[in-house]
Design a protein around this ligand. Structure first.
Ligand SMILES: Nc1ncnc2c1ncn2[C@@H]1O[C@H](COP(=O)(O)OP(=O)(O)OP(=O)(O)O)[C@@H](O)[C@H]1O
Ligand SMILES: [Mg+2]
Length: 210
């Protein structure tokens, strides 16, 4: 049996990592074979690229260099980790994936979506998430949540307007692919969001007879 590829997306601090942890625990308790991972990262090489991408010292990085680094990390991650896990029949839960690149590089930096989609296809060799949970939240609220929790990375240093464009791009992706991308309001309590995410994923797994 083929695996199921589920991604969690959204702006900084919307609750992706928190919800992925709960969802992972829940699915493992239900007995599903599971692989949890994140982007950029997920393998030694891709984590090394992540460190380059997020380093606040790298203010001189050009948008094109940034884009290729994200896609390079993704190519390694998909090939080394995600595809093998799916082939082994696991549910792969990934914290951010292609939609983040479309939202940040397309929405945030203004790069052409068509070009981005072509690069995604090269990096993933055509692999696309089966289900994506988009946690939507006001950018100020999300940024406020992560403030003080850890030092700000290079992307979090961007302006509010940048993050607002990212949020709108995520919502646009959801409206273009409503079957795949399900929007959950992220401003509710952790518990409420958890219930909604769990219900969506369980419904998806039932309907796909995994
Ligand atoms: N629904 C919620 N209500 C209030 N606080 C929350 C909620 N979900 C998460 N948090 C808190 O907000 C902070 C950011 O959450 P989390 O790390 O899960 O977000 P994220 O989307 O993974 O952020 P990033 O984009 O920076 O990786 C954490 O301190 C977390 O405990
Ligand atoms: Mg996170």
């Amino acid at each position: 049996m083929k695996g199921v590829f589920i991604t969690i997306e959204g702006v900084e601090g919307c609750g992706k990592t928190t919800q992925l942890r709960y969802l992972g625990r829940h699915l493992a308790e239900m007995g599903y074979p599971l692989e949890t991972t994140r982007e950029p990262g997920g393998t030694a090489i891709a984590e090394a690229v992540r460190a380059v991408l997020l380093d606040p010292a790298h203010t001189a990085m050009t948008p094109t260099a940034e884009l290729f680094l994200y896609e390079a990390a993704r190519a390694q991650h998909v090939s080394e980790r995600i595809r093998p896990a799916l082939k082994a029949g696991r549910i792969v839960l990934c914290d951010r994936f292609v939609d983040s690149t479309t939202a940040y590089q397309g929405g945030g930096r203004g790069m052409a979506w068509e070009t981005l989609n072509q690069l995604h296809a090269i990096a993933t060799e055509g692999l696309w998430p089966h289900l994506t949970i988009l946690l939507d939240i006001a950018v100020e609220e999300g940024l406020q949540r992560v403030q003080g929790v850890r030092p700000r990375d290079r992307i979090e240093e961007e302006s509010l307007a940048f993050h607002e464009r990212v949020r709108q791009a995520f919502l646009q992706i959801a409206s273009l692919e409503p079957e795949r991308v399900r929007v959950v309001e992220g401003h509710h309590s952790v518990e409420t969001v958890r219930e909604r995410v769990t219900a969506l994923v369980e419904e998806f797994l039932r309907s796909h007879e995994f």
